[in-house]
Design a protein around this ligand. Structure first.
Ligand code: NDP
Length: 341
């Protein structure tokens, strides 16, 4: 019998790449969406890009409600819990995303463990690791690092990711089933927008081309290509010794100004920002602009991922960040999200 994998939020950027890989490897996939009619778009996009969607079924379930989750996990050998609110603009209430992220993750993990899923892979984020006071100019982010969700400068998205990841670890420990959970903590995820759904993830690349950032802030995060991020999710299902681990998904780190330079060389006709925004100005702008407020705690720090253990455990060696940046830009141009004319 074909192994069935639940992919939550299958319409999303990372989840659709994971689903395509699973289908390509012969798994059957059950994807959750909030609305089946809207969800059909991702089935069509996967089919158009060459996936055999005959083994893909959609079910409706919202992280904010119990309905649907019990049936969703039924008969699944593995669960890829990837859905979580990832808005382009952070709400001002720093706890606003927690109900969907944390209670939603708890709904998924409780049902999945109860139904006998062999392993649950949950997409967390490096934001659940980096958010600590006193990072200095260079932070090497390690598996054991945890953000402090009560640290006031943290905004709604990192607070939600940290509280959700903490809650699922607490749960599996309390049930003595820690080895049945693996979390994946990606840095910035770029790479090809194959299914035309790169939204929040590719907003930085798009914004550099469209003039959304006339000056670039001094922020630097590890970057991972969505294809490598998907590979880590899939290897995490069956690789030995990854149960109970937090897998950082990140290649090398780039400053946003490095990203602009890479794009400028590849697309000399584009108007890409050349000026760097003074840190003080970022901090002042953050008082008035919620999208800038979210990066204020990170300004001036070079965040580097200590992720060699992930390659040893999974065999995935992420491609260089530059390739992920260029692949994202190429596909955004092909999908007419960026107009170079
Ligand atoms: P997307 O916005 O493309 O995907 C998010 C998915 O979550 C969508 O399918 C969305 O469904 C679903 N979702 C959101 N809220 C709910 C809800 N209340 N109930 C059910 N489903 C919901 O984001 P990404 O693919 O980029 O991100 C996927 C995961 O990876 C997230 O957990 C994110 O935090 C994490 N991550 C992403 C990074 C990145 O750079 N992209 C970096 C680190 C972590 P719908 O289509 O209905 O809105």
């Amino acid at each position: 019998m074909t192994d069935l994998v639940l992919v939550t939020g299958v319409s999303g950027f990372i989840a659709s790449h994971v689903a395509a890989r699973l289908l390509g490897e012969g798994y059957a996939v059950r994807g959750t969406v909030r609305n089946k009619d809207k969800g059909q778009k991702i089935v069509d996009a996967l089919a158009a890009a060459g996936s055999d969607t005959s083994k893909l079924e959609l079910v409706e379930a919202d992280l904010s409600a119990d309905a649907g989750w019990k049936l969703a996990v039924q008969d699944c050998r593995f669960v890829q819990h990837i859905a979580s609110p990832f808005p382009l603009e952070a709400p001002s209430d720093r706890e606003a995303l927690v109900p969907a992220a944390r209670a939603g993750a708890m709904r998924v993990i409780e049902q999945a463990i109860g139904a006998g899923a062999e392993r649950v892979i949950m997409t967390s984020s490096m934001v659940s690791m980096m958010g600590q006071a006193g990072r200095g100019k260079h932070m090497i982010v390690k598996e054991e690092d945890w953000s402090d969700p009560d640290w006031k400068p943290l905004t709604a998205y990192p607070v939600s990711k940290t509280r959700a990841e903490r809650a699922v670890w607490d749960y599996v420990e309390s049930q003595n089933v820690k080895s049945r959970l693996t979390t994946v903590c990606p840095g910035l995820v770029f790479g090809p927008d194959t299914y035309d759904n790169g939204g929040a993830s590719l907003a930085i690349i798009k914004g550099l081309f469209t003039g959304a950032f006339p000056m670039v802030p001094r922020i630097a995060y590890p970057i991972v290509d969505v294809r490598d991020c998907a590979s880590i999710h899939i290897k995490a299902m069956t690789a030995p010794n990854v149960g109970g681990r937090r897998l950082i998904a990140g290649a090398n780190t780039l400053w946003i100004s490095d990203i602009a330079d890479i794009l400028r060389k590849a697309y000399p006709q584009a108007k890409l920002p050349t000026r760097v925004m003074p840190d003080l100005l970022v901090k002042i702008a953050g008082v008035f602009d919620s999208s800038i407020k979210s990066i204020v705690p990170d300004v001036g720090t070079f965040h580097e991922a200590d992720a060699a253990y992930v390659s040893s455990l999974t065999g995935v060696i992420p491609r260089p960040a530059k390739d992920a940046v260029l692949a994202a830009a190429k596909s955004l141009i092909e999908n007419r999200k960026i107009d170079l004319a």
